[in-house]
Design a binder for this molecule. Structure first.
Ligand code: HSO
Ligand code: ZN
Ligand code: ZN
Ligand code: ZN
Length: 262
């Protein structure tokens, strides 16, 4: 199984100062086979701005890709915030540039976001989690421009709850619908290792959800750290590979120009 980090942010994201070269050096030091930069683009995000200077992004990363060609495979992707209020702009944005790989993530629901907590006001944990999974289902049904669904349990990072963890049993039928929709559309799912900070054992989503995706016939899996600083590149990647192998997965998926590499 190849070691990959397919979710990383740099200074091209509104919430990172990281130098892409330092990410690459860290990935090489850890022995990763392939990485993909996936800087943010969210339309009309509240409070912060997640614009992407696409020409500068491609120019700098293409040069690094060439410079490091004999040491590590580098892909150029994007993490797009899936938002039903901006569907046409999002699809046009993705189609306008030759991204290798697109992560579709839900960061916002109708202009309320999770990071600063607006979304959680007046909601119990169950109400917040149910709304998140319902919106995730709508987004995976409506959008086609992504390759994998990003950090499926992202809602768990935030929220003013003592125990932030998702009770997957409660949302199993919604989660099954999400997974079935992804599979039907030829889309994958990532394990986002930023989840280890909250739930200790595993990423976003946990390995029971991955097991279910595989049971339902899913075959497209990536691993991403969601590193916003270089010290976190590659974090827990080998651990996730161990879990994948245990679940019978022989390799992760990688992408070129949004098509799965064979
Ligand atoms: N998009 C970030 C959350 C955030 N950070 C909003 C700053 N503002 C998650 O990677
Ligand atoms: Zn971010
Ligand atoms: Zn994200
Ligand atoms: Zn991210």
């Amino acid at each position: 199984m190849r070691a990959i980090d397919y979710h990383m942010h740099t200074k091209f994201s509104g919430d990172s100062e990281a130098d892409p070269r330092a990410h690459i050096e860290q990935a090489i030091a850890l022995g990763l086979d392939e990485i993909c930069f996936t800087d943010h683009r969210d339309f009309d995000y509240p409070i912060d701005t997640f614009a992407l200077d696409t020409p500068a992004y491609f120019q700098e990363l293409t040069a690094l890709q060439k410079e490091y060609a004999d040491r590590i495979k580098i892909k150029i992707g994007v993490e797009i915030g899936l938002d039903l209020d901006h569907k046409e702009e999002i699809e046009a944005f993705i189609n306008a540039s030759p991204y290798d790989f697109v992560i579709g993530s839900i960061h916002v629901i109708h202009h309320t976001e999770f990071y600063y907590g607006d979304f959680f006001h007046g909601k119990s944990k169950d109400q917040a989690h149910e709304a998140f999974f319902k919106e995730t289902l709508k987004c995976v049904q409506a959008f086609d421009c992504f390759n994998v669904l990003g950090h499926m349990d992202y809602i768990m990072r935030y929220g003013p709850y003592v125990d932030k963890r998702v009770d997957h049993g409660k949302w199993q039928s919604l989660i099954d619908e999400i997974l079935k929709t992804l599979i039907k559309k030829g889309k994958g799912i990532e394990v986002n290792t930023s989840g280890y900070k909250v739930n200790g054992c595993c990423g976003f989503p946990n390995f029971d959800v991955i097991k279910r995706y595989l049971q339902l016939g899913g075959t497209i899996l990536t691993i991403g750290t969601d590193a916003h600083t270089s010290d976190r590149v590659g974090e827990h990647v080998y651990d996730v590979m161990g879990h994948y192998a245990h679940l019978g997965v022989s390799d992760v998926s990688t992408f070129t120009k949004r098509v799965k590499d064979s």
